[in-house]
Design a protein around this ligand. Structure first.
Ligand code: UDP
Length: 365
């Protein structure tokens, strides 16, 4: 039996792991140990996903969160190393682009444990983003580069990654949307709790540091959503980081009077809110794609996106939040728009492909 040690820490990683861990469990010759770094720790940012998506509880809880990037990553590195020394896995599996991803990959490679990176090869070409730094470094030290899109595989080839390490599997988020998203209907759930009509509201999420930590960009987004809410209800599940900043700059109270601010919701509630929204405005990578999976027009509140296929499809457009007027105009222009029916994210079997490939490669001495 080969032991895969999976490192999770942030909301989107729990969601992605829900399908990959399931596939690992179904693959003979593989066993999995789950490590939760603690990066996201609130019940509604962590536990809800393990419960709803039928995941095993983590075997190790490291309880590392908060602090600067360096401090957080450093503490994780030390804590993950201890677990690796005790568990002695055959491979370490990491997801995406967070500090947990980088700390897990770095701790493993220093102990000569091969690293598998799910969502390899994505690039924004913006090194100011902490995510870009994390993903580039993680790709560089990973043995398996499981890519979600053709563009991601091309980036890795251009950077000189070993060709046999690049495994084009498709996007595990698409697997999740197919697997769990199907369970979601318009009745009950968050829509009923919030009294929302099908296609009668805008859904917003904001959490990227480039928006929350830049007062001008944050103000542009808040003002634009407030203006939109005068015409159409706006529902905004608030990421803890965004809530803290809005509180700090004194915008939380007035915003709450205009926009439907809610706590972060579980995955099934989120899919429902996405599926039946008239439009989604977001800076989230996962939410941009889910908008496309459910064929809902999306405005991405960023200067660029790693998910360039979404722009090509026409279901998504960029609205850099430089001023409120341009963001509000982008939202109005996108309402009711449609895009092309592309399928750039694989066939919904990325998780099985990952598990199969790991089992095959690890079967060799
Ligand atoms: N999500 C959720 N509840 C929320 C907001 C987001 O379940 O209140 C889900 C969303 O459906 C998607 C994932 O979280 O699957 C995206 O995570 P996030 O936006 O935190 O990170 P990113 O995708 O930008 O890395």
């Amino acid at each position: 039996m080969k032991k895969i040690l999976t490192i999770l820490g942030a909301r989107p990683q729990f969601i992605k792991a829900s399908v990959v861990s399931h596939a690992i469990a179904q693959t003979s010759g593989l066993a999995e140990v789950l490590v939760h770094t603690g990066q996201h720790f609130d019940a509604n940012m962590s536990d809800v996903f393990f419960d709803e998506l039928g995941m095993n509880k983590p075997d190790h809880l490291l309880g590392v969160h908060g602090g600067t990037h360096g401090a957080m990553t450093g503490r994780m590195l030390e804590a993950v190393e201890q677990v690796l020394l005790a568990e002695r896995p055959d491979a370490v599996l990491v997801y995406g682009d967070t500090n947990s991803t980088l700390a897990g990959a770095l701790a493993a490679v220093k102990l000569h444990i091969p690293v598998a990176h799910v969502e390899a090869g994505l690039r924004s070409f913006n090194m100011v983003m902490p995510e870009e730094v994390n993903r580039i470094l993680t790709d560089r030290i990973s043995r398996w580069l499981f890519t979600p899109t053709r563009a991601a595989a091309e980036h890795l080839r251009r950077e000189g990654a070993a060709p046999h390490g690049i495994v084009e599997v498709g996007d595990v988020m698409y697997d999740v949307a197919l697997h769990h998203g199907r369970r979601v209907q318009h009745d009950g759930g968050a829509m009923a709790r919030l009294g929302l009509a099908q296609k009668g509201y805008v859904l917003a999420t904001i959490h990227r540091a480039e928006n929350t930590d830049d007062p001008r960009r944050l103000a542009a987004i808040v003002d634009a959503l407030q203006a939109t809410a005068r015409q159409l209800p706006v529902v905004w599940p608030l990421h803890p980081r965004t809530r803290a900043v809005l509180q700090q700059v004194g915008r939380l109270q007035s915003l709450a009077g205009a926009v439907r601010l809610v706590e972060p919701v579980g995955y099934l509630d989120m899919v429902q809110l996405e599926k039946y929204a008239a439009l989604i405005a977001t800076d989230s990578g996962g939410v941009q794609k889910e908008a496309f999976f459910h064929r809902v027009p999306c405005v991405t509140l960023r200067d660029e996106t790693e998910w360039v296929e979404l722009l090509q499809s026409g279901w998504n457009r960029l609205a850099p939040p430089t001023d409120a007027e341009s963001v509000a105009a982008a939202i109005w222009a996108a309402l009711g728009s449609e895009g092309a029916d592309l399928q750039p994210y694989g066939c919904g079997d990325a998780a099985q492909r990952i598990a199969r490939r790991l089992a095959e490669d690890l079967a060799w001495p």
